[in-house]
Design a protein around this ligand. Structure first.
Ligand SMILES: C[S@@+](CC[C@H](N)C(=O)[O-])C[C@H]1O[C@@H](n2cnc3c(N)ncnc32)[C@H](O)[C@@H]1O
Length: 263
């Protein structure tokens, strides 16, 4: 049997999302740059808007705008996250079924694009156009946060897997990688608690962007400073979940990191 919509998004969020960590990270880094706590946030490619709802639910004045083209994750987000906020908090959360390139969201302190979603822009000129749009949409004291992944292992046609709560196994497969264009396709599969495998539950057709390319394009878009973050070492060959500004990362086989672009 196919996964229900509830299962599809529940499995996804248990496997790849951690809104608490991302909201804490953005608030702390914004404060490090500007000495105050940010209040307004736009989450581009928001999917279910888990990060936006957490943003609104953890600060009394916080406002968030979740932007996504697809009504399916937005509908699921209202069911899974918006419904858990109280009535007052709900008035501060706005789902916008819009294109990130033409959103009606007002200017905000923070804009974020997580889970590599901006990799849908395959041409440099299109990514530059998006970054310029983001810059224009930030308040004077504003920061754009994005994540990315890399390392030689992440360009190989391999499947990583991990167990997640609820007896679920999550699979992340690199299905295609073109070294000339960096066109790539990735897919998420799941094995449910009964052992049934569900293939290609989410698929991604991306360009694999590298950290130096992204920094160049962000600088060209006019950001005043572009900061790369690198994860600390847990002493056992893995990451410790703590990301700090860095100009010299360890050349790991596979890594995930963040960039902050300051208006
Ligand atoms: C990889 S998912 C990421 C969802 C969420 N950000 C997360 O962290 O899990 C990418 C999302 O981007 C949305 N999307 C793709 N192109 C878009 C665009 N031009 N404007 C707005 N949303 C877009 C898709 O509908 C999808 O929900």
């Amino acid at each position: 049997m196919k996964l229900s919509l509830d299962q599809k998004y529940e499995f996804y969020e248990r496997s790849v999302q951690n809104p608490e960590i991302e909201v804490d990270f953005m608030r702390a880094e914004f404060k490090r740059f500007f000495g105050r706590t940010p209040v307004t946030m736009r989450e581009d490619f928001c999917g279910t808007g888990a990060i936006s709802c957490h943003w609104v639910g953890t600060h009394k004045d916080a406002l968030a705008y979740g932007v996504d083209l697809d009504p399916e994750p937005i509908g699921m987000g209202k069911k899974m996250h918006l419904s858990k906020l109280n009535a007052k908090q709900q008035t501060r959360m706005h789902y916008l079924k819009e294109n990130v390139l033409k959103t009606s969201a007002p200017k905000t302190d923070v804009i974020c694009a997580f889970n590599f979603s901006y990799w849908i822009f395959k041409q440099r000129k299109d990514l530059l156009k998006y970054f310029k749009q983001v810059k224009k949409s930030l308040n004077k004291q504003g920061v754009f946060f994005m994540d990315l992944f890399g390392g030689p292992e992440s360009q190989k046609l391999v499947t990583d897997q991990k167990k997640v709560p609820g007896g679920i196994t999550y699979f992340w497969e690199c299905q295609h990688f073109n070294p000339i264009t960096h066109d790539c396709t990735f897919a998420i599969h799941f094995k449910d608690a009964k052992g049934k495998k569900h293939l290609n539950v989410f698929t991604y057709d991306w360009r694999f962007w590298t950290l130096p390319e992204l920094r160049d394009i962000l600088n060209e878009a006019g950001f005043s400073k572009v900061v790369a973050f690198w994860e600390g070492d847990d002493g056992e060959g893995g990451g410790n979940g703590e990301f700090e500004p860095s100009e010299d990362g360890e050349n790991c086989d596979a890594w995930v990191s963040y960039i902050a672009a300051i208006n």
